[in-house]
Design a protein around this ligand. Structure first.
Ligand SMILES: Nc1ncnc2c1ncn2[C@@H]1O[C@H](COP(=O)(O)OP(=O)(O)O)[C@@H](O)[C@H]1O
Ligand SMILES: [Mg+2]
Length: 322
C-alpha cells in the first residue's frame, strides 16, 4: 500500500516543480497529473492560502490511474480533489500533500488505515511522487462541520453530529491513535448526515511528547498540555472535542485567537457559565470536565465522555425521534 519513490529520488524530478512569480506561487504537478494549481504568494508557502485550479490538461490524472475531477478543499499542507479511480472504478478523494509533507502524508495514511469505523474517513491507498505524497480515500459528498454549522441547526442535530464525531475519535483511541487536530474543519458531514472524522495528518501514538519544531494542532482547539509541549494522550483530544462542542453550541469559538494558554485566566469558566442556562447542568458538566486544564480532571476515556454526553442530551434526541 505504501509505495515509496515512484520516481527515483535524487534523479531529476520532473513531476513537481514549484516556482514563484511576483503575483503567485505556482505548484505544478506536471508530469503525472498535468495540473496547474495557483496559490497567492505568501512568505510561508502555502500555509493559510487557498489554492485554486487555474488550468488543467484535457484529462488530468495521477499516475494514469486517478482521474482528477475537481478541487474539494485545501488545508495548511494539502490540496484535496474529487477523482475517479479507473482501476477500481469508483469515485475517491485524492489528497496531494505539498512537497515537504511526505512523512506527514504517509503517517496520515497509516493512522487512518488502522482505524476502521463508520465515523472515520476510510483510506484506500497512499504513495509518493518525487518529493510529494498522495493518499486516496473515500469521497465524502458533503461539507465540513464548520460549514455545516453555518446553517441553522436544532440542538438535536448538533448533538447527534457531535456524538458521531466523538465515536470516530473514540475508535481512533481504541486503535491507539491520537488525532491531535480535532476541529470543525476536520470533520465531514455528508449529504445524508453521516459524520466522518478526517485529517489524521498530525496523528500519533496514544502517548507522545510534542517535540519542539514538530507541527502541532490548531491553536484555538489545542489542549493546554499540547500548547506547552508536554506529554499528550487521549485526554488532549477530549479538550479539542469539547472546544468544538462549545463552538457548535455557542456559535463562536471558545478562544477566538491563540491557545488556551494565551487566554486570560478563568476564560473557560466564564464562557461556560454564560451558557449554563441554555444547555442545562448535565451538558455543562460534560464541557466543564472535558475542558479541564489539568488532564487528570478530564474523563479517563473518550467513551466515558460520550456516555455522559449521550445521557445528558437524551431528552433532546428522543423528542426528535417521536
Ligand atoms: N475524504 C474527503 N472527501 C471530501 N472532501 C474532503 C475529504 N478529505 C478532505 N476533504 C476536503 O479537503 C479539505 C482539506 O482536507 P484535510 O485532510 O483537512 O487537509 P489538511 O491536512 O491540509 O488540513 C477539508 O476541509 C475538506 O473540505
Ligand atoms: Mg485539515
Amino acid at each position: 500500500m505504501f509505495r515509496d519513490g515512484e520516481a527515483s529520488p535524487g534523479s531529476e524530478c520532473p513531476c513537481v516543480v514549484i516556482s514563484k512569480s511576483s503575483a503567485a506561487a505556482v505548484l505544478v504537478f506536471a508530469l503525472h497529473c498535468h495540473l496547474v494549481v495557483t496559490v497567492p504568494a505568501r512568505a510561508s508557502f502555502p500555509a493559510g492560502s487557498v489554492p485554486t485550479i487555474r488550468g488543467s490538461a484535457a484529462e488530468p490524472s495521477l499516475g494514469g490511474r486517478y482521474q482528477v475531477l475537481k478541487q474539494l478543499g485545501a488545508g495548511a499542507s494539502s490540496i484535496v480533489f474529487a477523482a475517479f479511480d479507473r482501476k477500481r472504478r469508483r469515485a475517491i478523494a485524492l489528497k496531494l500533500l505539498c512537497p515537504g509533507y511526505v512523512l506527514e502524508g504517509l503517517r496520515e495514511a497509516r493512522a487512518m488505515s488502522s482505524v476502521v469505523h463508520p465515523n472515520v474517513v476510510k483510506v484506500y491507498d497512499a504513495g509518493r511522487i518525487c518529493d510529494a505524497a498522495y493518499l486516496t480515500m473515500e469521497l465524502v459528498r458533503g461539507e465540513t462541520l464548520r460549514d455545516w454549522a453555518r446553517s441553522p441547526r436544532s440542538p438535536a442535530e448538533l448533538f447527534s453530529v457531535m456524538l458521531d464525531a466523538g465515536r470516530g475519535l473514540a475508535a481512533a483511541h481504541a486503535a491507539g491513535i491520537l488525532h491531535r487536530d480535532f476541529k470543525p474543519a476536520n470533520v465531514l458531514v455528508d449529504r445524508s448526515g453521516a459524520v466522518k472524522v478526517a485529517d489524521f495528518g498530525l496523528a500519533g501514538p496514544a502517548h507522545r511528547r510534542t517535540i519542539t519544531g514538530d507541527r502541532s494542532g490548531t491553536e484555538p482547539y489545542m489542549s493546554p498540555e499540547e500548547a506547552l509541549g508536554n506529554l499528550v494522550d487521549g485526554r488532549s483530544d477530549q479538550f479539542s472535542y469539547c472546544a468544538t462542542l462549545y463552538e457548535m453550541i455557542a456559535g463562536e469559538r471558545l478562544f477566538p485567537t491563540g491557545t488556551v494558554a494565551d487566554a486570560p485566566a478563568g476564560t473557560i469558566e466564564r464562557r461556560l457559565h454564560q451558557l449554563r442556562h441554555t444547555i442545562g447542568y448535565l451538558v455543562w458538566r460534560v464541557l466543564a470536565r472535558g475542558l479541564a486544564i489539568d488532564p487528570e480532571d478530564r474523563f479517563s476515556t473518550m467513551n466515558q465522555l460520550l456516555a455522559d454526553l449521550e445521557a445528558a442530551v437524551q431528552p433532546q434526541l428522543s423528542s426528535v425521534a417521536c
